[in-house]
Design a protein around this ligand. Structure first.
Ligand code: NAP
Length: 248
């Protein structure tokens, strides 16, 4: 119950890592405002959390993070309804993979908007409330692609490297206000995002992962729960790879 009475926002919570992170924070007692582009899966998550009698709760909300006005209004509405924002987890993200020579402007722009600009908009808006309450935990989900690059993902790697640089700068700006900003860089985690890979590619990747398996969403959720907790007060500007040892 480390997060009792805390208000958390988790974007991209309808499935995959965001869903597991929302579940984990609600499991620690937080009220989790879980956002995605449609309500149906989020409502299912809220129901499951109720049935499981988690100490916290999941509040489903629609948000397309690529819509700046909607993102800002969303943060204001959460602060208005719940009176504060303690935790922001910027998790929503997409891929539009292509080799550089074939990459269209639209593929590049869509990934930057969903993965990087959204993080700027939501963090800027939420930080205003965190500064007022002199408390905040910002957790941004990047990727090992943003640390070491990945062929076919120049757009995605650029967006995630951007998230890392952005987060370190925010960490430096806000540390004295008791607000931390940390990054998780997942490797290969079994979600819809990686399910599209062929079995052959999956096997090849497993050979370069020292743990010899893909991670599970709960592996990332455990790291997010730590960064989001009061216990992580003296940890900021860090990038934690949750990748089975792949990039060590
Ligand atoms: P996923 O299964 O594809 O889920 C993506 C989530 O983001 C969904 O909840 C989706 O919700 C939401 N989303 C996408 N575009 C959105 C938008 N414009 N507005 C609001 N929500 C949006 O992906 P995942 O594997 O869980 O990935 C989560 C994060 O981890 C991403 O940032 C991803 O880049 C990062 N990551 C994943 C892996 C991995 O191996 N899985 C590795 C490294 C990093 P709706 O479609 O319902 O709106």
């Amino acid at each position: 119950m480390q997060l009792a009475n805390q208000i958390a926002i988790v974007t991209g919570a309808s499935r995959g890592l965001g869903r597991a992170i929302a579940w984990s924070l609600a499991g620690q007692g937080a009220t989790v405002v879980a956002a995605a582009r449609s309500l149906d899966k989020l409502a299912g998550l809220a129901d499951e959390a109720r049935k499981a009698e988690l100490p916290g709760s999941v509040v489903p909300r629609v948000l397309d993070v690529t819509d700046r006005a909607a993102a800002e209004a969303f943060v204001d509405a959460v602060a208005e309804e719940f009176k504060k924002i303690d935790i922001l987890v910027n998790n929503a993200g997409i891929t539009r993979d292509s080799l550089l020579m074939n990459m269209e402007d639209q593929q590049f722009d869509e990934v930057i908007a969903a993965n990087l600009k959204s993080v700027f908009w939501l963090t800027r808006a939420a930080s205003r409330y965190m500064v007022r309450s002199r408390y905040g935990r910002i957790v941004n989900i990047a990727s090992v692609s943003g640390m070491v690059g990945n062929a076919g993902q120049s757009n995605y790697a650029a967006s995630k490297a951007g998230v890392i640089g952005f987060s370190k700068s925010v960490a430096k700006e806000l540390a004295r206000r008791n607000i931390t900003c940390n990054v998780i860089a997942p490797g290969f985690i079994a979600t819809d995002m990686t399910d599209v890979l062929s079995d052959k590619i999956k096997e090849e990747y497993k050979q370069i992962i020292p743990c010899r398996r893909f991670g599970e969403p709960k592996d990332v959720a455990a790291a997010a729960a730590f960064f989001a907790s009061p216990a992580a007060a003296y940890v900021t500007g860090q990038v934690l790879a949750v990748d089975g040892g792949m990039t060590m």
